[in-house]
Write a protein that binds this ligand. Structure first.
Ligand code: PEP
Ligand code: CO
Length: 443
């Protein structure tokens, strides 16, 4: 570990950090539970339940991410906008895991890929408004299945603490299946190539080049937004080996664009856990605020600790990203730069459904790669909302989904996801952009 005096002075113990120290700070995006005692009873129960992941696994992921930070590998992070209780079944889990591994295979043409799912815990959602109004009726907003139900009626929208236990159980079952698949040869390059061929046979897509999955790319780590802090702190444990605190709900946690206030509860909580962290960087984030966040969350300048997920929008990435990249480079924090080309490119289709045009998603990745090529920094990762199912939520791609087809299979309760074919097509487009960039750098 670093002997940097600044890192020691700001270590969690020296700062009186503990898993509940966030409660002294303003908590944004918190649901209101009517029955506080029922809530506290659930939190007490969660605190006694086994960890979902082990500190050792989070350390292993951090070591892999350190390689990405050094420019030796890439990060692929993807999955649902929000997992749901209703959509939960073995087939959709298998499909999503398979699609992620296929994408990793495509992206690993020139560099190994570290694969992290938005999975096994991605339930809580931030909302732009606390309430939703339809006609004369106003109800609390839907905040993800871990908090309340999506149906627009008073009972569903009431936050229910029992949902945290159900989310914990679903995460455990998901992890159990992912771990079993990993052991079963599911992630062998050969099995992936076979599934890949079947999928392509159903489309007129031809992809080239994906041959062998790097052994490290076969592991699927888990991640979600560290949003619902009572749940997260209940699953935070001190690792007996290192003495450090780990959030044991997932390997990696990220701080969302709406909860990254320097003095807020979410940053306080994340500052004390030793997991790898990511920070969403939206258009309102200034370079100064980003540097303050990095000093707070990465005082030890540790490679693999921080991934910065830029989600600036296809129209803004080239104008806004360079100042952030330069500021971070000058600070010396060894971050991974990842591109979320989804959240800055959401539009409302004529029928009222939220969608994302495939070519806008590609355009943001293209701008992101161009900025890193110009700045001499590593275009380290991709962060996507995708599923292994054949949904119709994003327009475009080789199936040429148009706005009139969105309602056919629009299953997301939250943001629109790439379907399986769009996801692998995107991986192919991204791999070409990244490769072209590498050739240009080498020339
Ligand atoms: C998300 O990743 O689903 C999300 C809400 O993103 P952001 O915090 O960047 O808006
Ligand atoms: Co989303």
């Amino acid at each position: 570990m670093s002997a940097d005096p600044m890192a020691l002075a700001s270590s969690p113990d020296a700062r009186n950090w503990h898993p509940l120290s966030w409660t002294r700070r303003p908590v944004h995006q918190a649901p209101h539970y009517a029955d506080e005692r029922a809530h506290d009873a659930v939190i007490a129960e969660l605190s006694q339940l086994p960890p979902l992941v082990l500190a050792d696994e989070s350390r292993a992921l951090k070591a892999q991410l350190a390689r990405v930070a050094r420019g030796e590998a890439r990060l692929l992070q993807g999955g649902d906008c929000a997992e749901s209780f209703a959509e939960f079944n073995a087939q959709s889990l298998r499909d999503t895991a398979a699609t992620l591994l296929e994408m990793a295979l495509i992206l690993s043409r020139d560099q190994p890929v570290v694969t992290v799912g938005r999975i096994a815990g991605q339930f809580a959602k931030p909302r732009s408004s606390d309430v939703e109004r339809i006609g004369d009726v106003e109800l609390p907003s839907y905040r993800g299945d871990i908090v309340n139900g999506a149906a627009f009626d008073a009972q569903s929208r009431q936050p229910d603490p029992q949902r945290m236990l159900r989310a914990y159980q679903q995460s455990a079952i998901t992890l159990n299946l992912l771990r079993a698949l990993e052991q079963s040869g599911f992630a062998d390059a050969e099995s992936i190539a076979q599934r890949h061929a079947q999928l392509l046979a159903r489309s007129h897509l031809t992809l080239h080049g994906a041959r062998e999955l790097h052994p490290q790319s076969q592991r699927l780590y888990t991640s979600h937004e560290a949003l619902l802090l009572p749940y997260e702190s209940a699953l935070t444990r001190r690792d007996s080996r290192s003495g450090h605190w780990y959030a044991c709900s997932a390997h990696l946690l990220w701080i969302g664009d709406r909860t990254r206030q320097l003095d807020g509860a979410h940053v306080e909580f994340c500052s004390g856990i030793a997991n790898p962290l990511a920070i969403k960087c939206g258009p309102s984030l200034s370079p100064d605020d980003l540097l303050r966040l990095l000093d707070r969350l990465d005082p030890g300048h540790e490679a693999g600790r921080i991934t910065l997920i830029a989600r600036l929008g296809a129209d803004h990435v080239q104008a806004r990203l360079p100042t952030l990249v330069r500021a971070v480079r000058a600070s010396g924090h060894p971050v991974i730069w990842s591109c979320d080309p989804m959240h800055g490119n959401t539009v409302t289709a004529e029928g009222g459904l939220k969608t994302r045009p495939f070519e806008r998603v590609v355009a943001e990745i293209s701008g992101f790669v161009a900025v890193h090529a110009a700045e001499g920094t590593h275009a380290g990762g991709l962060h996507l909302e995708m599923t292994g199912k054949d949904v119709t939520e994003c327009t475009g791609g080789s199936q040429a989904i148009d706005e009139s087809q969105l309602a056919l299979r629009y299953h997301s309760h939250c943001d629109p996801r790439l379907n399986a074919l769009q996801a692998i097509e995107l991986a192919d487009r991204a791999a070409r952009l990244l490769q072209a960039d590498k050739l240009a750098c080498a020339a």
